[in-house]
Design a protein around this ligand. Structure first.
Ligand code: ADP
Ligand code: GLC
Length: 486
């Protein structure tokens, strides 16, 4: 099976969040299931630099106004096809935002371009390559099913995966003529959304299959509380909507071999973790202490509930806890964390920014990771936490609910708890979860068992990769027997 994965980011080429991790991990996870996956990404400067030995496989004379090329090659362990269209993508920094921190005004065209290129590839623009399936991630690839349906020449099946329904690619009708989409798409109503256009809605409406990144989120987005206006459509398509839980790349995230740690360790040598903890204390200027080191590695946004944490920090410190924060996002949340660090020198350390390597040291050295999200399609940092013995403290939503088992007394007794789960996602419930975590940490036997249990739990792609492979197969009319005969 040839699958083209279409996305705005892919680790290690370009990453702003979990989407990149997933897109970067899927090809290797799917290979053992007979799926050959290439990744189509915009040719941002970092991508083009990584593909310096790539070769041109197609040229467009007029790609949304100027010439462009498709460049294919191996980069970062992936089979990449990049759209080298400098007028759209040759811009430094964040893939979505200009230097003023706002969306690039032509994002509609930049990501229509991504989708259009996928469609062009599916109708044979690259000699010798015709993907059977176009796997489209988030709104940036949402128009792929629209091009494949309404413009001529594509027979590929389409899968749309929702990583976050809050981002819908909504624009005014004035952009329609610039999309190069057959007028029938406008008439069909498939792309219309509250008087304008939504790329994501088009994808959800027209894809052969829709998936999202956890079973709980698959239910949540069919409700008004979480569907963000798209719940009605998802209810209508309920039969084609599946929740397939994200895994993590267990080679990239392996405490036994991780070069970002000062001391590797495994579930049976967990005491050696102490060296990483000491390195983390030093890195963040923390004084030694008895209580747990809590951590945050996140976008600092309302979705992540991280506005609820700063008001609880005085309390956390008063109970003997310490805190390290790595993240960036909304200014007022950044300022609130910076203020807490000033109030509590030696107890609270804050780094505003993005640092992939430091994020590994935090998972390998902190005692707990706080994820108080208001909604969370899947979440990956709790999975990294489980794998690294960094106890996840999470709200009971989306993928967090599906991956962490609350260590209440019954669960401790039954030997199943892997973290602290609280509900609802409010400041009061978060404060109580912090208190419970500190109390659990004071019971070293219980704590170490939780750590080891988490480290041994299966957070790999194994199960979910099989589900994607089965889904692709079913769209192509294969049965399991066909596959085993190949
Ligand atoms: P989301 O994609 O919604 O931001 P996820 O939990 O799915 O949330 O994925 C976030 C990814 O980004 C994880 O790999 C996490 O380690 C990483 N990350 C988030 N913020 C930072 C940061 N400031 N520095 C380094 N890595 C970060
Ligand atoms: C989105 C979601 C996050 C998920 C990630 C990868 O960024 O916010 O919950 O883990 O996509 O699917």
């Amino acid at each position: 099976m040839e699958v083209l994965s279409v996305a705005a980011e892919a680790y290690p080429l370009i990453k702003t969040g979990g989407l990149a991790d997933v897109v970067g991990a899927l090809p290797a996870a799917l290979a053992p299931h007979g799926v050959s996956m290439r990744v189509l990404v915009p040719g941002y400067p970092k991508v083009m630099a990584a593909l310096s030995s790539g070769r041109e496989v197609h040229g467009f004379d007029d790609f949304f106004g100027e010439e462009a090329r498709l460049v294919a090659g191996r980069a970062g362990g992936l089979d990449v096809i990049a759209i080298d269209a400098p007028h759209l993508y040759d811009r430094p920094g964040n893939p979505y935002l200009g230097p003023d921190g706002k969306d690039w005004p032509d994002n509609w065209q930049r990501f229509a371009g991504l989708s259009y290129a996928a469609y062009e590839i599916s109708r044979g623009r690259i000699e010798g390559y015709r993907p059977d399936i176009l796997h489209c991630h988030d709104w940036q690839a949402g128009l792929v099913p629209a091009y494949a349906r309404f413009n001529p020449g594509s027979t590929a099946k389409t899968v749309v995966t929702v990583h976050n329904i809050a981002f819908q690619g909504a624009f005014g009708w004035d952009v329609f003529n610039g999309l190069r989409l057959d007028y029938e798409a406008a008439r069909s109503g498939a792309i219309e959304y509250f008087g304008g256009i939504s790329f994501l809605k088009a994808g959800l409406m027209l894809a052969d299959a829709v998936t999202t990144v956890s079973p709980t989120y698959a239910h949540e987005i069919r409700t008004a509380d979480y569907g963000m206006g798209l719940e009605g459509l998802l209810q209508e398509r309920a039969e084609t909507v599946a929740g397939i839980l994200n895994g993590i790349d267990t080679t990239e995230w392996n405490p036994a071999t991780d070069p970002a740690l000062v001391q590797p360790y495994t579930a049976s040598t967990i005491a050696q973790r102490a060296a990483n903890r000491a390195a983390l204390e030093e890195r963040f200027g923390l004084e030694p202490g008895e209580g747990p080191i809590f951590s945050v590695v996140s976008r600092l946004t309302w979705q992540k509930g991280l506005d609820m944490l700063p008001p609880r920090i005085d309390d956390l410190v008063a109970q003997g806890g310490r805190l390290v924060v790595l993240g960036s996002g909304e200014q007022w949340i950044e300022d609130a964390f910076a203020g807490a660090a000033l109030r509590h020198p030696g107890k609270v350390g804050v780094m505003i920014g993005y640092d992939e390597k430091l994020s590994h040291l935090i998972q390998g050295g902190a005692d707990a990771i706080l994820i108080p999200s208001r909604f969370e399609p899947c979440g990956l940092t709790q999975l990294y936490g489980l794998r690294y013995g960094c106890i996840p403290v999470v709200s009971r939503v989306g993928g967090l609910a599906d991956t962490v088992i609350d260590a209440n007394e019954a669960a401790i007794e039954a030997g199943v708890g892997t973290g602290v789960v609280f509900s609802p996602a409010t400041e009061v419930a978060l404060a109580e979860a912090i208190r419970r975590t500190i109390a659990l940490f004071a019971r070293p036997k219980v704590w170490h068992k939780m750590q080891r249990r988490g480290m041994k739990s299966d957070v790999s792609w194994d199960l979910s990769a099989e589900k994607y492979a089965d889904l692709y197969g079913s769209l192509l009319g294969h049965t399991r027997d066909d596959d085993s005969d190949d």
